[in-house]
Ligand binder design. Structure first.
Ligand SMILES: Nc1ncnc2c1ncn2[C@@H]1O[C@H](COP(=O)(O)OP(=O)(O)OP(=O)(O)O)[C@@H](O)[C@H]1O
Length: 244
């Protein structure tokens, strides 16, 4: 069951010099919803996530978390308020082992935890992502999918209201992809609110309640996943991308 609005964008815009990477984009994400943010390469999906997480300041427009304006706040304040993310290129703290990386997420996340409480919680989250046996491993010893699991665990450790996943499934082999989709499915079943930037269509079909489609910075479609993926304009945008 969907709840109230958790994230809303109104006219969100980001310019890089003369390029309008995100052009007057508005949409809402409701509690317990998994929203797919999809579109061809360079259409502005990651930039949109960066505006929501505060990694980049918006040029114009408003972004709100549960009705509270977060536009222009520094990323750490937005994280505190309950927005956690993973990055397209995994970013772990190389001097720390697996559980320390995850504890960092608990300490700096939405629900602050310290010391033994952070460690207990980090262990639980490592169970969730299937890494309990690698808690003490150094991050340089991990396989690629395990580094992705650590990053996801770190985001979850802060008990965010909203989880932003930026191509979390990219670069996985077919077996890992199945594992990865199952893992996000479990998060979905827990009722988490997720915005998923993803190119893997099977994942979008099986995970997303709704999708927003971007092309050249603009929102060109939104609706249920089935509606959106059968929309001729959406299909055209993707085919155009393949031709380019
Ligand atoms: N920091 C930046 N400075 C200048 N231009 C940027 C910056 N970040 C992104 N862009 C440009 O903004 C546009 C949108 O990029 P963005 O990464 O948001 O697209 P995307 O839809 O996430 O693409 P992909 O699926 O390839 O990751 C692109 O033209 C990109 O080159």
């Amino acid at each position: 069951m969907m709840g109230g609005t958790v994230i809303s964008l109104r006219g969100a815009t980001k310019q890089f010099g003369g390029l309008v990477a995100v052009d007057n984009v508005s949409f809402e994400v409701r509690e317990h919803e998994v929203m797919g943010l999809i579109g061809p390469n360079g259409s502005g999906k990651s930039t949109t996530l960066n505006l929501i997480s505060g990694a980049l300041p918006a040029t114009d427009g408003d972004i709100a978390l549960k009705g509270q304006e977060i536009t222009g706040l520094p990323a750490r304040d937005i994280a505190r308020k309950g927005v956690a993310r993973t990055f397209q290129l995994v970013r772990l703290l190389p001097s720390m082992n697996v559980i320390e990386n995850v504890m960092a997420g608990a300490v700096f996340g939405h629900r602050r935890r310290w010391g033994a409480s952070a460690e207990r919680h980090a262990k639980q989250v490592l169970e969730t992502v299937g890494l309990a046996d690698k808690a003490k491993a150094h991050t340089s010893q991990l396989t690629y999918i395990d580094t992705k699991r650590v990053e996801l665990a770190r985001a979850l450790a802060g008990e965010p209201e909203v989880l932003l996943l930026d191509e979390w499934l990219a670069g996985l082999n077919p077996t890992e992809l199945t594992e990865g989709i199952d893992l996000i499915h479990r998060l979905r079943d827990e009722g988490r609110t997720i915005i998923l930037v993803e190119h893997v269509m099977d994942a979008i079909r099986s995970l997303c309640d709704a999708c927003v489609v971007m092309s050249s910075g603009k929102k060109i479609a939104e609706g249920t996943t089935d509606e959106v993926l059968s929309d001729p304009e959406v299909i055209r945008a993707y085919l155009g991308d393949d031709d380019a």
